[in-house]
Structure formats: C-alpha cells, structure tokens
Design a protein around this ligand. Sequence first.
Ligand SMILES: *[C@@H]1O[C@H](CO)[C@@H](O)[C@H](O)[C@H]1NC(C)=O
Ligand SMILES: *[C@@H]1O[C@H](CO)[C@@H](O)[C@H](O)[C@H]1NC(C)=O
Ligand SMILES: *[C@@H]1O[C@H](CO)[C@@H](O)[C@H](O)[C@H]1NC(C)=O
Ligand SMILES: *[C@@H]1O[C@H](CO)[C@@H](O)[C@H](O)[C@H]1NC(C)=O
Ligand SMILES: *[C@@H]1O[C@H](CO)[C@@H](O)[C@H](O)[C@H]1NC(C)=O
Length: 467
Amino acid sequence: MVESPHHKKPTKDRGFYVRMRLLNNNSRHVRSSPAIEKSFCYRYFKWVLWISLSFYFLSSFLITHKPTPSSLSSLSKSTTVLPRSKASRALFESLNSSSSSIHHHQGIFEGFNLKVFIYELPSKYNTDWLQDQRCSNHLFASEVAIHKALLNSKVRTFDPSEADFFFVPVYVSCNFSTVNGFPAIGHARNLISSAVEIISSQFPFWNRSLGSDHIFVASHDYGACFHAMEDRAKADGIPEFMKRSIILQTFGVKYDHPCQNVENIVIPPYISPESVGNTLDKSPITGRRDIFAFFRGKMEVHPKNVSGRFYSKRVRTVIYKKYGNDRRFYLKRHRFAGYQSEIVRSTFCLCPLGWAPWSPRLVESVALGCVPVIIADGIRLPFPDAVPWAEISLTVAEKDVAKLGPILEHVASTNLSAIQRNLWDPSVRRALLFNDPMVEGDATWQVLEALSDRLDRSHRKPSVSSE
Ligand SMILES: *[C@@H]1O[C@H](CO)[C@@H](O)[C@H](O)[C@H]1NC(C)=O
Ligand SMILES: *[C@@H]1O[C@H](CO)[C@@H](O)[C@H](O)[C@H]1NC(C)=O
Ligand SMILES: *[C@@H]1O[C@H](CO)[C@@H](O)[C@H](O)[C@H]1NC(C)=O
Ligand SMILES: *[C@@H]1O[C@H](CO)[C@@H](O)[C@H](O)[C@H]1NC(C)=O
Ligand SMILES: *[C@@H]1O[C@H](CO)[C@@H](O)[C@H](O)[C@H]1NC(C)=O
C-alpha cells in the first residue's frame, strides 16, 4: 500500500480507460491554448496509441460480444445494467462527430461519461463579485474555480435535456467585510434561494427532480449551513430547498452532523496553483527542509469561551504553551506573506482544527511537500480515492497533542522517508489543486470522478440516496 499512490482498482481503471479512448476518437477539435500546445506533440502520440488500442478493444468487443471480465468489466456492466447505456452513448458520440464537436471543443483527456448543464444566471450572482481580486484567490474560492473549470470543460452541455447534472453558479463567499476583510456569508441563503427561484421558474429541471440532480458549491466553514460558528450553523441547518441537492463542500466529518446531512462531496480548500508553482520554482519539493515542525496562524494563549466553545478546542493553545519555546518547533502567530516559503522549508506542518476541522494548511502542506500533521478528530478528508491520506500524512488525536514532540521524533526516525516518497508523488498534489482549464487528475477532475460514480450508483438504484 505504501508504494502505490494510485488507489484505483485496476479493473475500474481499465474500464475507464477504454471509455476514455472511445470518447477521444472525436476530440480532434481542440482549441489551441499555450498550455495545451506545449504538450501537444506528446499527447498526439498518445492519441494514436489510444485510437489503435481502442480500435483493438472495440473490435474484439464487437466480434466476440463477450468482453473479458478483467479488461472490460466496467463497460460490460454499463451495457447490461444501466438503463441508459454508457457504452452505447460513447460509441454513438464517437460516430457522430459533427454534433459532439460543437460541445467538445476542449479537454483532451476528459473521458467522463456525464454531462453537466451550467445555468447562466444574472451577473450579480457570480461574475460581478470578481471585481474584487480576492474573490478568485482566497481559501473559499473553489466556488469560482469549479465554475470556471466546468465552463471550459468537455462535460459541459448546452442542451439541458441531455444533462445528468445541473450546476448552479452562485458565489457567496466574496462579500468581504470592510471591518476585518473576512468574507461575510450572512447573505448566502437569500442569494442562493433567489437563484433557485429563477431557475425553477424559467426551466423545468428543478421541479422535475426537486433539485436532486443540481449541484452547489458551499466552500466555507460549515458547508451549506452558511454560518462560521458551529452552534449557529447547526441550529440554522441546511436550507430546506438545498437538502435534496448535491453539495460540494470543504466541511466533512466522519460522525453525524446536520451540516453534511445532504448528498455531498468533500472538496479541498482553494489554494492558487500559480502560487504553489512559484514557490516550487524557487525551492524544489525535494530540497532542504531545515524546519522540523511548522505552524503559523491563530494561537490564543487564553481562548475565550464563545457560547460554550473554545477556539480550536484549545488544541492550538496547548501546542503554543507546550512547544512555543522548543527549538524544533517553528510556531508563529502572525500573518506573513512569505508563508509558503516557510512550508517548503519544513518537514512537518501542523494542521490543527480552527473553528471548523478543516484548514487550508492541509492543501498547502501537501502541495509543498511538508508532511501534514492532522489534528482534528473525525475529519473527513477530500478525495480519498485519489489521495492516500494515511500514507502521506500523520494523524494525531486532539487529546494527544501534548505528545507531539515524541510522536514526530518517532516518525522522523522510522518511516519519514516512506511518507515523503508517497507525499511527493505529483499526482497527490495535483488532486488537491483547482486549475483553469481543468487538468487531468486535478481537483475539479476528482469532483467529476465522484459525480460519475454517483451516476453509476443512481442508475442502479431507484433513487439518489445519501451515503
Ligand atoms: C448527429 O448529430 C446531429 C446534431 O445534433 C443530429 O441532427 C443527427 O441526427 C445526429 N446523427 C445521427 C446519426 O444520429
Ligand atoms: C454583504 O454583507 C453585508 C454585511 O456584512 C450586508 O449588509 C450586505 O447586504 C451584503 N451584500 C450583499 C450584496 O448581499
Ligand atoms: C416549479 O414549481 C414552482 C412551485 O410549485 C412553481 O411556482 C413554478 O412555476 C414551477 N416551475 C415550472 C417551470 O413549472
Ligand atoms: C462556557 O460558557 C458557557 C456559557 O456560555 C457555560 O455554560 C460553560 O460552563 C462554559 N464552559 C467552560 C468550560 O468554562
Ligand atoms: C508511519 O509511522 C506511524 C507511527 O508509527 C504510523 O502511524 C504511520 O501509519 C506510518 N506511515 C507510513 C506511511 O508508513
């Protein structure tokens, strides 16, 4: 397990691969962009290989009508079980290239067998907010990033009647407080509910499914509960009209919680891939790491009791008191613009809970190759199928935080290099970053993978159900 960063079952992989090839037969109409052109030759080579291989698979499939279980299990499953045959749709599309070229103008590797319709809402729901530069770059910006990536994606359809999912692009995290600069989300419920009023009155699709094939992003502290304080978030709950939909959220825990009582996919917080790229250009991921354990952020010496709760459940306070004067620990309480350059110099990066269990540090430390030390009991981490969390990070129970020193020393003297080897696999950091346009294996790609899986499941079951 330690040596395998790719956690896909081989059978599934191959089925997916085959489907991908079928679709790729018609992706000649590729818009040239600098990023794409760069690797065009390489990819062209791959296509030739794919096309010939897919021809091989196809012909054996058509001739024998008896695909071998190992190589075509997923394909044969879909032809026999799914009411709407994925394989036949893929075949159909590869034959009717005139129609698919209209929609599939980009995304060479995208072989997803799903179609997403993106509502075009008045600009006050989304793009108006982008006037503030922070809107597309702060830690909640996945609501913007996913929208942008989908707009340019091959899964996008302009024909809602053929859509499997409907994406509702409302940016709710960009109303930055003039007082402290933090995003105020008090307006989120009303903004989303008025967007739903528009789409449900102008299109038949919301009413048809009661919103169950509709997708929202809720990227702040407690997902679709839209409040930064847990007790208020829990009391307010998820708005009634969103409860049947699919929520892409940064919040996730392994126990029962009203803010995830909805079909949901845990997504990573947004960290700009450009900033990560710039940092890694200066200091390579395998470079010298002279800081043993790093944390920069809010650490209250005397946390206040805010309606019965203490910030970080006092975990950060314990860390600060116990290790504040320890030479091995580099603990800082104030913001610093060169934060990423510190992470890339560090061996272990502490990721303790704040108010919510998740934090942007999870992504920053993985992206910059610093072993994340996750201190947030019961946290549910993003994309477990793509990111082998147990092999790239350490988890320390909140109650054991006072023993951090010996725990980290033990790992440093035993399996640190194994963990780093897993962590430094490029596919791991790719899975946690949102790119525009989408890149194979990146965070938006993982969302589509998860939606794809759900589609498979929902076709086999009578209705969409939450996990
Ligand atoms: C191919 O797509 C076009 C445009 O959507 C459609 O009119 C036509 O019927 C399709 N061809 C076949 C063979 O179904
Ligand atoms: C932004 O938040 C403030 C409160 O911080 C609120 O008064 C205002 O109405 C919000 N703006 C919008 C457009 O919802
Ligand atoms: C959907 O249902 C709502 C509430 O029943 C109704 O007001 C609206 O007109 C319906 N939408 C369509 C497109 O029929
Ligand atoms: C925190 O404050 C609440 C009242 O808001 C009180 O009931 C509770 O006992 C306090 N907890 C601690 C540990 O002081
Ligand atoms: C490394 O060692 C720690 C502590 O012994 C263990 O919990 C963890 O699973 C190990 N990780 C790997 C990738 O071997």
